[in-house]
Design a protein around this ligand. Structure first.
Ligand code: NHR
Ligand code: GAR
Length: 215
């Protein structure tokens, strides 16, 4: 048996995606949870599970380069095979992203490449789109444009608010993020030399989502 992969999770707040990962009994070692905010709710949950935590406040650094350099030092202290952004809210410099090329992933609350950036649910409702969702992708220097590993689609309903839509999307985030990490830990999915997501999984299952549904 090869050594289980080591994972570091980066958070900024609530940490519900981190919780989903900790609850998923993944075939890997969660080495640490690192936050850029000391008051991130997710830190308490990780501590209660006996997982190492670290806080590095971006406010203590003069610029993004120095914050990212210090962050990389903390993260590298756990020698991770995979670094997982879970509601991490700081844009990362090219230097940081390149250092973790092929082993840095993010979950984003939209069907990328639609709605990169923040306030995705509000913008989706403004545009009147009928199908929305979430995306797990490798992180590249081009914000929210890295190679896609898995997506989940949900309907947008007539009376949705940004909050109700966020809740529906978040439910699916909690399903696809553990799945993506499991594939990566088991070497069933990887980033190939051409910057594309490759996979040796045989099944290709799925079904059509109509919104509103057909009569
Ligand atoms: N860094 C790089 N280089 N590439 C990506 O794809 C990244 C990234 C860092 C974070 C997560 C991303 C998301 O899923 C992510 C992907 C924060 C912002 C942002 O504007 C945008 C996208 C993401 C995360 N952050 C503001 C900033 O100035 C701060 C906003 C705040 O604190 O509320 O860094 O959406
Ligand atoms: C999630 O919806 C995640 O996709 C999103 O923030 C939420 C974090 O929730 N990420 C971003 O918007 C990154 N810019 P969580 O802290 O409970 O996992």
């Amino acid at each position: 048996m090869p050594q289980p992969k080591k994972i570091v999770i980066l958070i900024s707040g609530r940490g519900s995606n981190m919780e989903a990962l900790l609850d998923a009994k993944l075939p890997c070692q969660i080495a640490a949870v690192v936050s850029n905010r000391a008051d991130a709710e997710g830190l308490d949950f990780a501590r209660a599970r006996g997982i190492a935590t670290a806080v590095l406040s971006h406010r203590d650094f003069a610029d993004r380069e120095s914050f990212d350099a210090a962050l990389a030092q903390v993260v590298d202290g756990y020698s991770p095979d995979l670094v997982v952004l879970a509601g991490f809210m700081r844009i990362l410099t090219t230097g940081f992203v390149k250092h973790y090329a092929g082993r840095l992933i993010n979950i984003h609350p939209s069907l990328l490449p639609a709605y990169p950036g923040i306030d995705t649910h509000e913008r989706a409702l403004q545009d009147g789109i009928k199908i929305h969702g979430c995306t797990v992708h490798f992180v590249t220097p081009h914000l929210d444009h890295g190679p896609i590993i898995i997506q989940a689609a949900v309907p947008v309903l007539r009376d949705d608010t940004p909050e109700s839509l966020a809740t529906r999307v978040l439910h699916e985030e909690h399903r696809i993020y553990p799945q993506a990490v499991r594939w990566l830990c088991q070497n069933q999915v990887w980033l190939d030399g051409n910057g594309r997501v490759a996979s040796d999984r045989l099944e290709q299952l799925g079904s059509t989502l109509f919104a509103p549904g057909l009569e």
